[in-house]
Design a protein around this ligand. Sequence first.
Ligand code: HGY
Ligand code: MN
Ligand code: MN
Ligand code: MN
Length: 391
Amino acid sequence: MTDLADIASVGRDARRGGYSRHGFDRAEIELRQWFTEEATRRGLDVQPDRNGNLWAWWGKPGPGAVVTGSHLDSVPGGGAFDGPLGVVSALQAIDLLRAKNFSPVKSIALVVFVEEEGGRFGVACLGSRLMTGAISPEAACKLTDPDGVSFGEAAHKAGFDPLRMGRDDQALRSIGQFVELHVEQGRGLDVPVGLASSILAHGRWRFTFTGEGNHAGATLIEDRRDPMLPASQLVLAARRAATGGARATVGRIVPNPGGTNVIASSVDVWLDARAGDDARTREVVEAISKAAYAASVEEGCEVRVTEESYGDTVHFDSALRDEISGVLGGVPALPTGAGHDAGILAGHVPTAMLFVRNPTGVSHAPAEHAEPDDCAAGVVALASTLEHLAG
Ligand code: HGY
Ligand code: MN
Ligand code: MN
Ligand code: MN
């Protein structure tokens, strides 16, 4: 909790509440610096990879290490635990193992992934996607933030070479097993610590509605082609389509030019959709797209749909999960609707996630919380896991 308090002054968002820390912005870079100092102070060897992720090694860097970690960026106005809890717990787990004179047979590495939330450049898990080749470096570097700064430019400014980015087989081979600790993000856990079983299929789609910009007072209603109309219908269609455990959310709408007395000429709407499997997720997005298209035609507007990112359902390695559950004396396994770098890595290496109880079920918001005792239980669980896997 002291470590979390340490970093609590970094990236506070006075306007939105909570924290806004995004890949390679000032707050995230300050926290990378904090992590580098904390890891170095513990005698760990800090090495950035080619894709903007930070690694800290206990033991010789090389293939087959036991790797843990998370991210230090947040959503806009996010909570204090999503990401930082996994990083802080990794450092604390090292302290616990050192205190009991544990000496790892396999190397242990801590990793901090860049831009996990996609809060700045729009695609979540950018660091792990680049590392695994799930996104090409060309596509990643072209992504821009709301100010028009590209990921490539931001990475370059932070000391990374965009031309060297891309699938990193050496980094992938260095991971024997990956275990990410994370605050649970719903109300799925009623004991302090659990394990993840699966992640919903999920993705992000941008709908650009185009109409005719005009005067809010002088333009008769019957003369309008207002793209805000089909944009609003999309929001309602998303709620209607998300049945049977599917989720569909519009959390961001940007009208252009965005004036109170101006009929927008275009509106960008971002849809986040998730469901149990690929087919169901596609079906939900299809139903929403159809409604958006029909509403556009009715208003004399046009709509263009762009899939900005997508990932199929993740089933975490059941053998590794059973092994860890055994080490922890039996803990519940639960599915989650939240995405993680661990979900990207799960397609490449044996991967598991430890969840720490969330008493309110709130996440991606300032009220996100985990009790100190539960966080401590999480650290102990992570330390036992690392001890078992690396011992
Ligand atoms: O679940 C998400 O939105 C993100 O990947 N954390
Ligand atoms: Mn998150
Ligand atoms: Mn997270
Ligand atoms: Mn005027």
